[in-house]
Design a protein around this ligand. Structure first.
Ligand SMILES: CC(C)(COP(=O)(O)OP(=O)(O)OC[C@H]1O[C@@H](n2cnc3c(N)ncnc32)[C@H](O)[C@@H]1OP(=O)(O)O)[C@@H](O)C(=O)NCCC(=O)NCCS
Length: 440
């Protein structure tokens, strides 16, 4: 009897999981977990689950943290770690501990992954793991008079290199370290690396496994799914959220706005949380999705007609500069659009200029869809894009929307601020005003 029950439960769950296995095969997931997970006695089980995902053809990039291990090393070495504004200040002595701790954690993970799927019929299958200098970093530098020394931020992700390794069926493992072109090592946040990597790879999922981060509503019930906009509103509301949850929601939102379709926040302390989230309908954490029916994305050549329809009236009233269909077709790669039920309802373009500045142009939201934050969402995506392309300044030429930009951190500039190429093109007759914003 007992066996029959177990059998039928197995059959039901296997049937239930089958469509998910099919849907996930060949997809790319970027998954971050902290050093706490590695220190946990159940960590081998998590690694086993990861090996399982790999075995069904999911391309995995793993990003590990090492905070408790770093703190342990610091204590043992009698080194004091200083913090400012919630950020670690990594001096020379601390960096030594960071390198040692990150190295040790990486080796432990590699060793466990080398076991593959022990105690299963697939125990012989070898899993290749690639670690390397995929993350280029830059120093946080001196902020408010505080020198953060070897604490850095992500500058670039070698997405091409990572893709090559993934294509060879290897798991890519990233440590919370980055290297500068000057040969220095920087201490980075694992979540930041994971988010940037997911965006650069245009991964299908970003999965953040952390200590109790899944989202709960005011009655402590798990929020299984939330849209990016609703998550953003939640951050702006007065709801009390733990620091880690807040940070993880911010990363998830950033990823979704960077065209990663789905971000999952999972409490890593739940046994099998990853498998439940990926292979059952109810999941075990919080899924943050770009809105299904409305999507902010890069434009393609098929959007040219829709964009023209949207901007024609604005060109006719002199709000936007006139663009021919041919020009738009050539420049379509610079555009982002918001598509709603198959129709383009908003657009914006980013034109890289010289001296690390770029131009925001052709920002338009269809009149029926204004005043709902879409202009803001486009501006944020354009800014993110600019930052990712290494741009430091964004400028815009406008005749009638000056205040909208000023309220969003742009300051009046003059023609001298324009990149040379743009200055040459400047249409004096439009008598536009120039506004600039520094991309922090
Ligand atoms: C400017 C524009 C893109 C904003 O889009 P949106 O999705 O409505 O933007 P948001 O929802 O983020 O912002 C709405 C807020 O901006 C304000 N706003 C809209 N147009 C404005 C303007 N020309 N000047 C100042 N504020 C403006 C709204 O009053 C609203 O503010 P409030 O809610 O605080 O009262 C949209 O109005 C548009 O397409 N305008 C015509 C094209 C244009 O001017 N583009 C800029 C060319 S450089």
């Amino acid at each position: 009897m007992q066996n029959r029950d177990t059998d039928s439960r197995f059959i039901a769950s296997f049937r239930h999981a089958a469509p998910y296995i099919h849907a996930h095969r060949g997809r790319t997931f970027v998954l971050a977990f902290g050093g706490e997970a590695v220190a946990d006695e159940h960590f081998p089980e998590l690694v086993h689950d990861l090996a399982l995902l790999h075995s069904i053809g999911i391309q995995l990039v793993l990003v590990h943290g090492a905070r408790p291990q770093i703190e342990h090393k610091l204590k043992a070495a009698g080194v004091q770690m200083e913090y400012a504004n919630g950020l670690r200040i990594t001096d020379d002595a601390a960096l030594k501990c960071v390198k040692e701790a990150a190295g040790t954690v990486r080796v432990e993970i590699e060793a466990l992954l080398s076991m593959g799927l022990a105690n299963t019929p697939m125990s012989g299958a070898r899993i290749g793991v690639s670690s390397g200098n995929f993350v280029t970093a830059r120093p946080l530098g001196v902020r408010d008079g505080i020198d953060y020394c070897h604490t850095g931020e992500v500058r670039r992700i070698d997405s091409r290199g990572i893709r090559q390794h993934l294509a060879e069926q290897r798991i890519v493992l990233l440590s919370p370290l980055g290297y500068s072109p000057t040969g220095e090592v920087f201490n980075l946040s694992a979540e930041e690396i994971a988010t940037r990597t997911a965006i650069e790879l245009q991964a299908d999922k970003l999965i953040l496994l952390a200590e109790g981060v899944a989202l709960r509503d005011s009655r402590r019930r798990l929020v299984a799914q939330i849209s990016v906009n609703a998550a953003d509103q939640l951050l702006g509301s007065r709801r009390r959220l733990g620091d880690a949850t807040r940070r993880n929601i911010e990363h998830a939102i950033q990823a979704c706005r960077g065209q990663v379709r789905r971000a999952h926040l999972l409490d890593r302390r739940i046994n099998g949380a990853l498998l439940l989230e990926l292979f059952t309908r109810d999941g075990a954490g919080t899924l943050i999705t770009a809105d299904e029916y409305e999507q902010l994305r890069e434009a393609t050549i098929e959007d040219v007609g829709g964009i023209l329809e949207l901007i024609r009236p604005l060109e006719e009233s002199g709000v936007l500069v006139r663009r021919s269909r041919e020009l738009l077709e050539m420049e379509i790669g610079h555009f982002l659009v918001i598509e709603r039920d198959g129709t383009v309802i908003a657009c914006a373009a980013l034109y890289p200029g010289d001296r690390n500045s770029a131009e925001l142009a052709c920002l338009a939201v269809h009149p029926d869809y204004r005043n709902a934050g879409r202009g803001d969402a486009l501006l944020r995506s354009i800014e993110d894009r600019g930052r990712r392309a290494g741009m430091h300044r964004l400028f815009v030429l406008t005749t009638q929307t000056a205040h909208w930009f000023r309220e969003r951190g742009f300051a009046a500039g003059d023609l001298a601020h324009l990149p040379k190429r743009r200055k040459d093109l400047y249409n004096y007759q439009r008598n536009s005003k120039v506004f600039c914003k520094t991309l922090g």
